[in-house]
Every structure is written in C-alpha cells, then in structure tokens.
Design a protein around this ligand. Structure first.
Ligand SMILES: Cc1cc2nc3c(=O)[nH]c(=O)nc-3n(C[C@H](O)[C@H](O)[C@H](O)COP(=O)(O)OP(=O)(O)OC[C@H]3O[C@@H](n4cnc5c(N)ncnc54)[C@H](O)[C@@H]3O)c2cc1C
Ligand SMILES: NC(=O)c1ccc[n+]([C@@H]2O[C@H](COP(=O)([O-])OP(=O)(O)OC[C@H]3O[C@@H](n4cnc5c(N)ncnc54)[C@H](O)[C@@H]3O)[C@@H](O)[C@H]2O)c1
Length: 459
C-alpha cells in the first residue's frame, strides 16, 4: 500500500532530530518527525538538564559546607523537595513534551507519536500508541536520531530487582539512605555525588581500574580522592556477580566475594542500541552493529542520514546538535555546506571537581604515533588556587603534537573546569601555535592562567 509521501522523515526526535527537523521545515520542506517517547529525547527529560539541575543544588551544598574554612559558620540542612520540584515543573513539565511538539509544529513540521522503523529504502513504518501502522515515503530521505537506552549488564539476579537507571534517578522524590552505583563513567559519577551530598551513603562499583576512564588518568585519580574525602566509597576493578533484593535492601555480591548492601541500586553501566528494531537491514545495513557509520555529511546511504549517539562520535547533546546542522545543510543542498570535524570535540563531566576535556588524551595521542609532549599544572599551587583554598583541587593538562607545535588535546579539572576548557577548545580547534599561546596575556589571578604554566611545562 503506498504511504503518505513527504520530503523527509526524522525517526527519533532527540536534541539533534528536533533541530534537524525544524531546520528542514523552516527551509520549506515537508517534514514528518516521529518519536515513541518525548520530543527532545533523553537530554531534557532524563539526562543533561535534570541531572545538571540536581548538580546545581549539589554544588550549592558543597560550597556551603566549605564556609567554616573561609567565612565562619552556616547551618545547612539539605532538602530534596526543591530539586524534585524543579525537575518536575521547570525541566520536564512533568515529563510532558507539549511545548516541544508545538515548537516543531510552529516551525512547519508534522509530529507523529510512535515507534518508527525502516521498511524499505526511504520508507518508514510507524506503529502508533493505538497499535495502528502508518507508512511514510520520504522523497529526499530519512534521518535517524534514535539515541540510546540504558544498558543493563547480564548480572545474575539483577533483572528481577527494582534497580534504577538514569530515567528513574531523575524522578526520585526521596533520597535513599544508601545507594550502590554500578558504573563509574560520567552518569555514575555525577549521580553518585548528587545522592551522596544529599545524605545517601554511596558506593560506586566500577569495572575499569579507574573512574571516568575515557578521560586522562589524573582526572579519574583526583575524582576518586575527592569522592573518598566526602565519604563516597569507590571500588574499582570490580563488577557485580550477583544482585538480590529482599526486605527493601539490595545485596550486591561483587566478583571478589565482597558484599555491598544498599536501599537502592543505580545501573549506570553504559548505553545500548537496537539497530534490528530500527530496521536498518531494510536499507542494506548491518543490523547487528551498535550503530551506523556516517560520512562527513552524516550520510549513511543514498537517502539516509544519521545523527547523535548512534553515529559513535561521542554521546553528547552538543554532538547531536552539531551533526544536525551538518545533515540539514546537506539535505537542503547548501553550497559550501560545512563537513564534520571531530578533532576538537569537548566533553564535560559535571562533578566537583568538574572535568572538562577536548581532543585527544595523552594515551590516545601516543597510540596514534604522534610526537607527544605534555604539560601539567596543578591549580592548588597557582595564585588563584591559593586564594580559593578549600575546593581548589584540579589541574590543567595539555597534549602537544610537538612536530606541528599545536595542542591536540587538553583537560581542565577543577572549579568550573568546563568553563576554563573553553580557551583550550579554541586552541585545539583553531590549531593555535603553542608559540602564540605562550605569547598570550593570561589574567591574574584566574584558574585559566594555569594554562600558561602547563604550556611552559611541556616536555
Ligand atoms: C544521565 C545522563 C546525563 C547526561 N548528561 C549530558 C550532559 O550533561 N551533556 C551532554 O552533552 N550529554 C549528556 N548526556 C548524553 C545526552 O543525553 C545524549 O548524548 C543526547 O541526548 C543526544 O542523544 P541523541 O541525539 O542521540 O538522542 P536521544 O536524546 O537519545 O533521543 C532519541 C529519541 O529517539 C526516540 N526513539 C528511539 N527509537 C525510536 C524509534 N524507533 N522510533 C521513534 N522514536 C525513537 C527516543 O524516544 C528518544 O526520544 C547525558 C546522558 C545521560 C544518560
Ligand atoms: N556530562 C556529560 O556530558 C555526560 C554525562 C553523563 C553521560 N554522558 C554520556 O552518556 C554516555 C553514557 O554514560 P555512562 O556513564 O552510562 O556510560 P560509560 O560507558 O561512559 O561508563 C560506564 C562505566 O560503567 C562501567 N561498567 C560497565 N559494566 C559494568 C559492570 N557490569 N560493573 C561495573 N562497572 C561496569 C564501565 O567500566 C564504564 O566505565 C557516555 O557516553 C557519556 O558521554 C555525558
């Protein structure tokens, strides 16, 4: 049966899908956007925005607890109610995407709630909530932005327990007395610190030998020390062997025999995709793969584009939005359309200390065979760190391709590490010669002034 014919179908309306759909609709194309859940995707309802609201509150508590060292005394009593209320009312509109749907429709798009799958090249079949099927044929093509779901490792007993993923954690109304977190990546670390500062006794069980393993080792080590100082137990190099839940208590047996008991358990062990359910085989692609391979214009195949987490270029909202802009320009057929360049991809883990990174880590740069020099400056020994005193842990690390005399990677850890990172992102993106970075004037006494010291230490 021939379906409705449109110009473009966007399957999955994550941050990038919403953006690309609106751009194409504003350009006058006939666009159908499809989402089985909420327009905007994981970020506004279950991820970035609600977790960063939690962290804003957590940071306020953390700073208040530093007052005795600097400014006398304050009486701080933490209360989760304002956090839960902000997430419900301000961030997620009680997990209602009416505003986002209207925004897309005002741009000229048509929204269809349901789960879409490719059923032929340029053809998408959508199963709507009432079980009906609608078929759309896309003259220009289809954009996939279906994102990821929380991965739940096949640990004995885990599936039968009421564990949390990020989607549950952002909706909690009460902080548990104790929490075990499986996974010490960005999700596990950010949420561990949130619940700990709000009174939970938290244990992180991390399979790798350090926290946030995608970042420089110094970052994971510093974070582990900071976590230990505030009472978070970090168990690295370990996984859960068996999980049970009885009488309101999780019992997590680790693979070394140790047992962790907690009221709640958060699974933050990475993400998963399902390319088979998305029907990518109908477009001639491998549906057992974790995602899809895109070229520099986000093209997957003739009449098929993909953006966001499923492209494997970094699971970040800014990546999804970046790729949306590029895909839209290609679909519209703009002259001189921008092509993707991932050399200066930034990422920030919003713990305290905050970890900002851009480009290559030292290990990755060395593995690529570059002639690497690194420089590291510790913030506590800088003038600003001295003034700041409590909470001044952090560092700037720069990674230079010495043959070209440019930075290929950098890390800024510490107070506002993600903001300090901005200067380093420009340096890596624009390939500012290190010689020029040495000749800059760095304001005194700032945290970013440690960039000058790190560059001076390049060796
Ligand atoms: C707890 C947490 C915190 C995070 N914090 C940050 C942060 O601070 N900064 C940052 O940059 N990134 C952060 N991320 C990552 C960020 O959320 C994602 O990278 C971002 O949402 C972009 O994902 P996406 O565009 O691939 O799609 P997603 O946001 O995953 O959205 C995909 C959409 O597609 C829909 N969908 C899926 N399959 C189908 C289908 N077959 N048919 C129809 N609809 C479908 C889904 O319902 C969903 O709405 C965080 C992630 C987590 C889990
Ligand atoms: N601030 C941000 O930008 C931000 C915040 C959160 C998440 N994200 C993105 O979301 C994605 C998902 O984050 P994440 O932290 O869930 O995933 P991740 O893959 O980055 O980290 C998961 C960690 O869990 C560990 N792990 C896996 N299985 C385990 C097991 N059975 N037992 C113990 N540990 C186990 C792994 O060693 C890994 O380090 C990431 O790619 C990240 O980029 C970004």
């Amino acid at each position: 049966m021939p379906g409705a014919e449109v110009d473009v179908v966007v399957v999955g309306m994550g941050p990038g899908g919403e953006d690309v759909g609106a751009r194409l609709a504003r350009a006058g194309l006939d666009v159908v956007g499809v989402d089985g859940r909420l327009v905007g995707g994981e970020c506004p309802y279950y991820a970035c925005i609600p977790t960063k609201m939690m962290i804003r509150a957590t940071d306020a508590l953390g700073e208040a607890r530093r007052v005795p060292v600097l400014a006398g005394a304050v009486d701080v009593t933490q209360d989760w109610a304002p956090v839960a209320r902000r997430i419900r009312d301000e961030a997620t509109d009680n997990w209602d995407d009416r505003v986002a749907v209207e925004r897309f429709e005002h741009a000229g798009g048509t929204f269809v709630r349901g789960w879409g799958r490719l059923t032929a090249p340029r053809e998408v079949t959508v199963t709507t909530p009432d079980g009906a099927e609608r078929v759309f044929t896309a003259r220009r093509g289809v954009v996939l932005n279906t994102g990821t779901d929380p991965a739940v490792p096949p640990v004995d007993g885990l599936a039968e327990t009421p564990y949390w993923t990020n989607r549950d954690a952002v909706a909690v109304e009460e902080v548990p007395g104790s929490l075990v977190v499986l996974g010490g990546g960005p999700v596990g670390c950010e949420l561990a610190q949130v619940f700990s500062r709000f009174g939970a006794k938290v244990t992180i069980v991390q399979h790798s030998d350090r926290l946030v393993p995608a970042d420089e080792p110094e970052a994971g080590e510093l974070l582990a020390t900071a976590f230990a100082d505030e009472g978070i137990t970090v168990r690295t190099g370990l996984s859960a062997a068996r999980v049970s839940f009885e009488s309101g208590q999780f019992q997590v047996k680790l693979d070394n025999g140790e047992v962790v008991n907690a009221e709640r358990m958060l699974v933050a062990a990475g993400r998963k995709t399902d390319m088979k359910a998305l029907g990518v085989g109908a477009a001639g692609l491998d549906d057992s793969a974790r995602g899809v391979t895109v070229d520099e214009r986000m093209r997957v195949a003739d009449g098929l584009w993909a953006i966001g987490d499923i492209t494997g270029h970094g699971a970040f909202t800014h990546m999804s939005m970046y790729q949306a802009r590029i895909a839209a320009a290609d679909i519209i057929g703009e002259d001189d359309a921008e092509v993707a360049d991932y050399r200066a991809t930034p990422r920030v883990t919003f713990t305290d200390p905050e970890i900002g990174s851009v480009g290559l880590s030292e290990a990755v740069a060395r593995a690529k065979g570059l002639n690497v020099r690194v420089g590291l400056s510790e913030l506590q020994y800088s003038s600003r760190g001295f003034v700041h005193k409590v909470g001044n842990q952090g560092f700037i690390k720069v990674v230079e391709d010495a043959d070209r005399g440019v930075l290929v990677g950098a890390t800024a850890v510490g107070p506002n590490g993600g903001e300090v990172l901005g200067a380093l992102v420009v340096a890596v993106h624009a390939e500012v010669p290190v010689k020029l970075l040495r000749q800059m004037i760095y304001a005194y006494p700032t945290f970013h002034r440690a960039i000058e010291d790190a560059i001076d230490k390049l060796a």
